[in-house]
Design a protein around this ligand. Structure first.
Ligand code: AVJ
Length: 316
């Protein structure tokens, strides 16, 4: 099956179910990547700055928590490498302290891997870097062929897009690969009040709105659909009790949308929702629950000054 067949199949299944659903996985085409970069620049999107503060101010303590012998060569594997803005602080401190390590960024996008590799090579000519292209669920097996000790980075609250059961099996899968005393550095957003979280998913400039609606644009372009973007609204919600931000696209009127590649129409009632994303927030109890019986243990926790975001060290 080609990539587009999978997309078509997922859209058909998702729009046929009740409530309608499209995976947030499909946000990230070229336009979506660019919109997400812009979201990270929005004043309301506190996640990036909070985690950046942790990395820029506490990288020495983070490295100590790795408990790596400086004479021994190790591998720092980053799952979903992104733009490297936070990671560079860690790399800088490791190099200053003369640690011997190989940096292995893993990303599904050839383009972001090329960008991050070039950026890191420019910044750190002495850095040993070995980029790996692939879906990190899949490349995991291939990454664990060497005997060198490993530290896995999974930051940026990327875990938050997974349903708890998916997150649990992902964390358990990582745990299965790690040897005793190896680490996972997990960066996740913390549960906090609605007045802070909701604006992060509904910025005043409308970038997150465009990011969500870009899904429909993508379906129009790639699958020959006729979604009228004027007739759908970005509709996010969040409650502190649940701790999960959810994004929806709301049909503002009764309408029918035709998808040429399927030769089929889909009906929308007025105010009907398409669920497009969850962004889960965590606390120690929720995280502990996900890693129960995985052999991982929370051994350290690094917070920003506002306590909005946490980078946990999970040790096997
Ligand atoms: C990239 C998954 C961390 O859920 O906060 C940002 C994606 N969606 N605004 C998040 C996103 C809407 C983001 N993550």
């Amino acid at each position: 099956m080609t990539k587009n067949d999978t997309f078509l199949k997922d859209i058909e299944a998702g729009l046929s179910q009740n409530p309608k659903y499209i995976s947030s996985h499909y946000f990230y085409d070229k336009a979506g990547d660019e919109l997400f970069q812009q979201i990270m620049e929005m004043p309301e999107y506190y996640l990036t700055n909070s985690e950046l503060e942790i990395f820029s101010q506490q990288s020495e303590a983070i490295i100590e928590s790795f408990q790596i012998n400086p004479d021994e060569e190790f591998e720092l594997i980053e799952l979903g490498a992104g733009d490297g803005k936070k990671t560079l602080h860690l790399l800088k401190t490791l190099l200053e302290k003369s640690y011997r390590f190989k940096f292995i960024p893993v990303d599904i996008s050839h383009n972001s891997l090329a960008v991050i590799t070039e950026r890191m090579e420019d910044l750190f000519p002495d850095l040993e870097i070995d980029p790996q292209q692939g879906d990190y669920f899949q490349v995991l097996d291939e990454l664990f062929t060497s005997d060198r000790p490993k530290v896995i980075l999974f930051i940026g609250s990327n875990l938050g897009n997974m349903q708890d059961e998916v997150a649990r099996s992902f964390l358990h899968k990582i745990a299965d690969h790690l040897k005793p005393n190896e680490k996972l550095l997990l960066g996740v957003d913390q549960i906090k009040s609605k007045d802070i979280v909701l604006p992060a998913y509904n910025d005043a400039a409308g970038i997150t709105r465009d990011f969500n609606l870009n899904l429909l644009k993508r379906i129009n372009r790639e699958l020959g659909a006729d979604f009228d973007l004027e007739n759908f609204e970005h509709d996010p919600e969040y409650t502190e009790e649940e701790g999960i931000a959810k994004s929806f696209l709301k049909s503002t009127k009764k309408q029918s949308v035709y998808i040429k590649e399927l030769g089929k129409s889909f009906e929308f009632a007025e105010n009907e929702l398409i669920h497009t994303e969850i962004s889960r927030k965590y606390n120690d109890t929720i995280l502990q629950n996900l890693i129960d019986d995985s052999m991982l243990e929370i051994t350290h926790k690094f917070l920003d000054s506002k306590k909005y975001f946490a980078d946990y060290i999970l040790t096997k």
